[in-house]
Design a protein around this ligand. Structure first.
Ligand code: NAG
Ligand code: NAG
Ligand code: NAG
Ligand code: NAG
Ligand code: NAG
Length: 704
């Protein structure tokens, strides 16, 4: 009996002690910095910004070479073999491509390094001069990374463009940077041929899909370009080796075109030193990174988060397995039923994610639980609330054995969706809702007694090279983005018009300004815009003005609370924060996407709501409402009423003010996808485009 009590008490006391020390832990400390006055915080462990985590290494090219020499025989890049491709027809006439993919096939560090050297030499042989720029325009894959490192070895600046950007933006980016070589996949090649007339500077195209190169019809249509396959470039290089031409820290590594929510995309110039600072900082936040870690890569490499993440993984000798958002899990859209998704095949330990994808994982799990019903459903919700109160610090839930039990009974299955071995997820790109963060923490939480959050949330921008803040793995709070990264200082400055001041109580608030070696050098050929949002202080430090509004908690962690341009003043002078309200309303199970609209000519706001087809149809069937198709259902008064009611409920739960709740809504049946141009690749809504596309519907809402 005595031993039993001790067994129960020790972990309990231990957990409580740890929890208390965690709550008291200061993660960021005030710091005295130059530039515009404000409230500045630095990382608690580093007094001055980190520039490199590796002695004597100042560029990504040098870092990569060093790692390849150290890990020569280790597994590095893996890609799944395509076994079969088939078209599946649905009852409603739509058809989908389904893939049957096989095991991962791996290249070692030594082999990849050889490919990189060959590719670099091949580029030279092809006639690409080193002062000319090359663009990579493709989905995330092995060749992307090899091409990137190949260009770095010849000090060639790489232009990256979101694969989902429209034609106009694509022409603009390539033309502005005078790109001469474009490295792309077969899918993108077709896109280029359509706009070939507008691309004056392009001379070479390198196509990553071998089977499509130099095919008669394609070549004829593009007599102005040479089209070479990726493997041919490597072969050229192997036969004609050229000395490397390594860059310096201050040389531009990448010009990254980001999908701005307005106007043409802007190219952010990043030096090797910029990216290296971010890579070095990320090193310090993933616990025990290295050794046997396996990383699942599927987010766009044209996004700084993914680019930095893969460079980190490559620097420490871990493996990278490639996948795609559409083949991620066993139930993903493009995976042939009964075959394995990327995660269950690779069994990764590390992943990056954008909130939209995690929201989907969460919704998927809940839907499945609901569909199963019965005991499983009860068990799941019971386990979930027990874990939730444990994380909240209540006594019994903190007991380790109970956690083990729930893990075994319930969460093991949820964890299996992502392969069963995930120990850390890095979320970025947009703020993650507290609900989803808690859900993932609970379902994927580690088996250890100590509650560690397997999801770390980062905040950073392309302009700061993804440097910014990061929530540490032992911080189980939600809704915050953590303390400054070791490479960044974060400062809040007053924005009196918006009512945010550094003297606010209980927490200082203001516009977020980021400084440090990670801050990029500015926008390509756009000095006016660069001068507007970048400032250099008297000590020579660069600062970037983010336009986001944040506040600092007493432990030095940042919370994003608003966005300058997303705050709209209503007719009677109340301010509505569009993003805040949307985040509160999207909790409704009927909502897939939502955009709130407000303007100073009205005293209320309205919303466009993309309805969730399964949930809304499920509701209609239960109510016995007859409908022709989903579009028809979305037109019905009773549907609008039901969904509006659920929004009001969500709004009340989030304690929104009356004027913040949309007075009227328009239901839309077609989802907003990056392909439609209504959301960015990271699935952030593009307000201006949506506003234009649905201008009729919006005026209708205000009229009636
Ligand atoms: C790298 O390329 C840039 C642009 O062409 C050039 O200005 C720089 O001097 C080069 N660096 C080295 C080390 O040659
Ligand atoms: C490309 O850029 C040149 C100047 O660099 C400009 O004159 C031309 O109009 C641009 N073409 C397109 C299609 O944007
Ligand atoms: C070349 O294109 C033709 C159709 O234009 C196609 O039938 C053939 O399979 C293609 N060849 C290769 C090697 O892709
Ligand atoms: C957890 O704690 C938070 C704040 O302390 C509280 O708002 C929430 O209701 C608690 N949840 C549960 C399930 O106890
Ligand atoms: C490119 C860049 O912004 N470099 C700056 C990085 O930060 C250090 C100080 O930490 C400055 O000295 C560099 O000029």
């Amino acid at each position: 009996m005595g031993a039993y009590v001790v067994g129960l008490l020790v972990p309990l006391v231990f957990t409580i002690l740890l929890q208390n020390s965690r709550n008291r832990k200061k993660r960021g400390l005030p710091v005295d910095v130059g530039g515009e006055p404000g409230y500045a915080i630095r990382n608690n462990r580093f007094t001055s910004p980190v520039t490199t985590a590796w002695e004597g290494i100042a560029t990504l090219a040098a870092l990569f070479e060093q790692s390849c020499m150290q890990h020569r025989n280790k597994r590095f890049l893996g890609t799944r073999r395509l076994i079969a491709k088939e078209i599946e027809k649905y009852e409603d006439g739509r058809s989908f491509e389904k893939l049957h993919l096989g095991e991962y096939e791996w290249l070692s560090y030594g082999q990849v390094f050889e490919s990189v050297c060959n590719f670099a030499s091949g580029l030279a042989r092809l006639g690409h001069r080193r002062e000319e720029r090359a663009a990579i325009f493709a989905d995330t894959r092995e060749e992307w990374f090899i091409a990137l490192q190949g260009c770095f070895r010849r000090n060639i600046t790489v232009v990256t463009i979101y694969a989902s950007l429209g034609e106009e933006a694509l022409c603009h980016s390539l033309n502005e940077t005078e790109v001469t070589t474009v490295i792309c996949g077969h899918k993108e090649l077709k896109k280029f041929l359509d706009i070939s007339g507008q691309l004056d500077t392009v001379k070479h195209i390198i196509c990553m899909d071998d089977d499509t190169s130099a095919n008669g019809s394609l070549v004829e249509r593009s007599s102005r370009w040479t089209i070479t396959s990726f493997s041919d470039v490597e072969r050229l290089g192997r036969e004609n080796p050229t000395e490397a031409d390594l860059p310096l820290s201050a040389d531009i590594a990448v010009i990254m075109y980001t999908s701005g929510s307005t106007g043409l995309p802007k190219g952010v110039m990043m030096t090797h030193g910029n990216v290296l600072a971010t890579v070095s900082a990320v090193m310090t936040i993933v616990p025990d990174l290295g050794g046997k870690d396996v990383y699942l890569a599927y987010l766009p490499l044209a996004h700084i988060l993914e680019l930095a993440a893969e460079n980190v993984i490559a620097a420490v000798g871990c493996s990278i397995g490639y996948g795609s958002p559409l083949t991620l899990t066993d139930t993903s859209n493009k995976i042939k039923r009964g075959t394995k998704g990327d995660a269950s095949m690779l069994k990764p330990t590390l992943m990056t994610a954008v909130p939209a994808i995690l929201d989907r994982v969460r919704d998927g799990v809940l839907k499945k639980v609901d569909a199963t019903g019965g005991i499983s459903k009860k068990l799941f919700h019971m386990a979930y609330s027990r874990r939730l109160s444990a994380i909240n610090g209540s006594w019994f839930g903190a007991w380790g054995l109970e956690k083990l039990l729930w893990n075994f009974l319930v969460f093991r299955k949820v964890r299996a969706i992502l392969g069963g071995h995930i120990r850390f997820v890095l979320s970025g790109g947009a703020p993650l809702s507290g609900d989803t963060q808690r859900f993932i923490n609970i379902c994927l939480g580690s088996l250890l007694l100590i509650d560690s959050a397997p999801i770390g949330q980062g905040y950073g921008l392309t302009e700061t090279c993804a440097g910014g803040t990061f929530s540490e793995y032992d911080d189980t709070s939600v809704g915050r983005v953590g303390a400054p990264l070791p490479c960044s200082f974060i400062k809040l400055i007053d924005w009196p018009e918006g009512g945010y001041l550094k003297t606010d109580s209980p927490m200082p608030r203001g516009e977020i300004v980021i400084g440090g070696p990670n801050v990029t050098v500015g926008y390509f050929k756009n000095e006016a815009k660069t001068e507007e949002v970048y400032k250099v202080d008297e000590k020579g430090m660069r600062w970037f003005y983010t336009g986001d509004i944040g506040r600092f908690h007493s432990d030095g962690c940042l919370e994003i609370i608003d966005r300058k341009k997303d705050i709209v003043k209503l007719q009677h002078g109340e301010y509505v924060s569009l993003g805040k309200v949307e985040a509160a309303l999207i909790v409704s199970p009927y909502v897939d996407s939502i955009m709130l609209h407000a303007n100073p000519f009205h005293s209320y706001c309205v919303a466009l709501v993309v309805a969730s087809q399964p949930t809304v149809e499920g509701w209609a069937k239960k109510q016995g409402i007859a409908f022709v198709d989903f579009a028809d259902l979305c037109q019905k008064k009773e549907t609008v009423k039901e969904i509006h009611g659920s929004l009001v409920k969500a709004a009340k739960q989030a304690r929104l003010e009356k004027f913040e709740i949309p007075a009227k809504i328009k239901l839309l049946s077609d989802p907003w996808t990056p392909e439609s141009g209504l959301v960015t690749a990271a699935l952030k809504i593009k307000r201006d485009v949506i506003r234009k596309t649905f201008s009729e519907d919006l005026s209708e809402l205000y009229r009636s």
